[in-house]
Design a binder for this molecule. Sequence first.
Ligand SMILES: Cc1cc2nc3c(=O)[nH]c(=O)nc-3n(C[C@H](O)[C@H](O)[C@H](O)COP(=O)(O)OP(=O)(O)OC[C@H]3O[C@@H](n4cnc5c(N)ncnc54)[C@H](O)[C@@H]3O)c2cc1C
Length: 419
Amino acid sequence: MKTYDVMVIGSGFAGMAASLFAARRGLSVVQTGATGGIDFSTGFIDLLAVHPIAEQRVWMDPFAALAQLRRDLPAHPYCRVTDEEIVLALTEFTEFLGNQGLCYRGRAGRNTATLTSAGTMKPTYLLPCSAWNGVEAWESKARTLIVDFHGHKGLSARQIAEVRGASWPGLQVARVAFPGMSGELYPEHMAWSMADPGRRAELAAAVAPLAGDVDFVGFPAILGMTETSAVLRHLEELLGKRIFEIPTLPPSIAGPRLRAAFDKGLPGLGVRTCTQKLITNVEYGEDTFRFTAGSGSTAIELSARSAILASGRFFGKGLKADRMRIEEAVFDLPVRQPKTRSSWHRAAFFDPRGHEVNQAGVETDELLRPLGADGNVFHPRLHAAGAILAHQDWMRMKCGAGLAIATAYKAVTGLRDAL
Ligand SMILES: Cc1cc2nc3c(=O)[nH]c(=O)nc-3n(C[C@H](O)[C@H](O)[C@H](O)COP(=O)(O)OP(=O)(O)OC[C@H]3O[C@@H](n4cnc5c(N)ncnc54)[C@H](O)[C@@H]3O)c2cc1C
């Protein structure tokens, strides 16, 4: 059996980033994982926008926010990575995506307020280029038409206009039939159908009479699965308007687009991916980890000299909970968690301080190596990255993908030195 340099456990933002960074540094990589947060994400890469959570303070300079966070929360995983490492990680990650045809854009050192399907403006750090014209339309309060479709539930143009109306008087809305489809519409089907230039022409023909005096047209994010920039360009030519996408409610196609980019790019870097397989057993000695991925007749045995645990929290299945206790699912690592079940959640669901259970996770040393029950490093060649790390509430701090990518970068740096 081949012994890989690294087993990456997880195929969310943290696992994908870890596989990419490790493979590009010449390590042999095997990756396992199934559906996780990335499949439901908007595609935005948040770095840090809210701190402290209790004050709901919003920052447009994420690096100023990081400096404050590091002063206030010394156990937060962002204290384990430097600003320089964050910038390098995000640059390498988005350059890779760009090379796979999934372009990202942002402003160096600044968050950008970005339109969501709810009509709110969300501060994020990097966003798909296909959404960028929406930023410019909003910032200049340009005459803009937002289009939605009969039978598609992921985005309501009318709701966006109701929320934004007073602050964006030039906003107009329209609902049209999506070409070639009827009944309930699914974003993935819609996106694949946009590969056909004839369908794009039909879409443009349906929208053109409604878009007379506007400069921008916004669509739900369904404009192509793998060649979005080509679809956008073609629609811009056909309509003579600047086009942008708005991420839809989950399940959106941001996740499938990201997966498609990794599916296309990682094998070329030599990464072996075992999709839709979870690690069901692990044995380890000083030199090697032996994993079972999957169960029953399709289970496979894998061997690696080191591992990165990027298995997420409850949604990703990296953590599991019974009524009293939270456990880590692969190594049974100690999980930092509220002392009692009754303190998992505060009484009010929307309590601005958040809930203690949302900061549960594994504790690590400076190099992101998980700690064992005795407080020492559990294994010198096991690192952790992403949502499974304790002391952070990525959802409320708006730092999900950024934290995952940055800690994956740090974990790979650490394990490369340990091999
Ligand atoms: C609805 C939604 C919207 C979001 N929107 C944004 C956004 O706008 N911006 C942003 O920055 N972030 C967003 N996120 C967060 C982001 O997608 C990630 O959830 C987050 O960054 C954490 O990534 P992760 O890789 O650590 O964990 P996850 O994405 O949860 O991935 C965990 C991975 O580990 C795998 N795994 C678990 N157990 C095992 C096992 N035993 N063996 C092998 N593999 C295992 C899972 O199958 C999965 O592939 C959103 C998340 C959700 C759910």
